[in-house]
Design a protein around this ligand. Structure first.
Ligand code: 5RP
Length: 229
């Protein structure tokens, strides 16, 4: 296991300790969350957690949760989420972040906005002073994608279609494409988020602003920083 994986595992373990019985748990996506799911499963096998429901943000996490003995509900089946634990691609000191590196941004944001408490688990390589250093994913409808590409190019946002290993376009769970914006650092994140929200054809984007309540940051010195909003 690499050092970065060890850090991810440490942040994940601390988040598992935050999970309370008789609550609705939201579980995100990514390699850090994968450590969280395995640690959650181990805790549940030791002492059953009696969770009211578990919802998640991707088929990958659903499969792993089920392999760990959890029953996974659709988001539509719950009226709220008590705690959502997710990873992030970048996070700044205001607890704003870039997410969607794994392509699950639309469901991730839907689960996050319905959660009372959003906790991100990251290693220290994800922390930035200004949001950037990672392409910003924008999920777009196929029918709008070419126009969106031209518009974002003209706006200086350096978009590129996300591609799969075989060179074909990556297709999301909802049948859409992802344009990754290469501009960095992001100019005025709240302004960019409003611009993207107002662009026809944009389904969702990976700017997660004012959403995270807490961030657990595993650091190379062995400590875990716990930032709260
Ligand atoms: C997936 C995400 C992930 O949370 C993000 O990409 C972080 O992943 P990892 O823990 O593998 O670095 O937003 O869409």
């Amino acid at each position: 296991m690499t050092t970065q994986d060890e850090l991810k595992q440490q942040a994940a373990a601390q988040a598992v300790a935050m999970v309370q019985p008789n609550t609705v748990l939201g579980v995100g996506t990514g390699s850090t969350v994968a450590f969280f799911i395995d640690a959650l499963g181990a805790r549940n096998r030791e002492t059953p957690l009696a969770l009211t429901a578990v919802v998640t943000t991707s088929n990958r996490s659903k499969t792993q949760l089920e392999a760990n003995g959890f029953t996974v509900s659709e988001l539509a089946a719950v009226d709220h989420v008590d705690l959502c634990v997710d990873g992030a691609d970048r996070v700044d000191h205001q607890l704003d972040g870039i997410k969607g590196g794994g392509g699950a941004l639309t469901l991730e944001k839907n689960v996050a906005i319905n959660a009372t408490r959003n906790v991100w688990i990251v290693d220290e390589s994800k922390v930035v002073t200004r949001l950037g250093g990672f392409p910003l994913p924008v999920e777009v409808l196929p029918v709008s994608a070419e126009q969106n590409l031209r518009k974002f190019t003209a706006a200086g946002l350096a978009p590129a279609f996300r591609l799969q290993a075989d060179g074909s376009r990556y297709v999301t769970h909802y049948g859409n494409y992802i344009l990754d914006l290469g501009v960095s650092p992001l100019p005025i994140p709240h302004g960019l988020a409003s611009y993207l929200d107002a662009t026809v054809g944009v389904v969702e984007h990976g700017l997660f602003l004012d959403l995270a309540d807490e961030v657990l940051i595993a650091q190379a010195d062995g400590t875990i920083a716990h930032w709260t909003r």
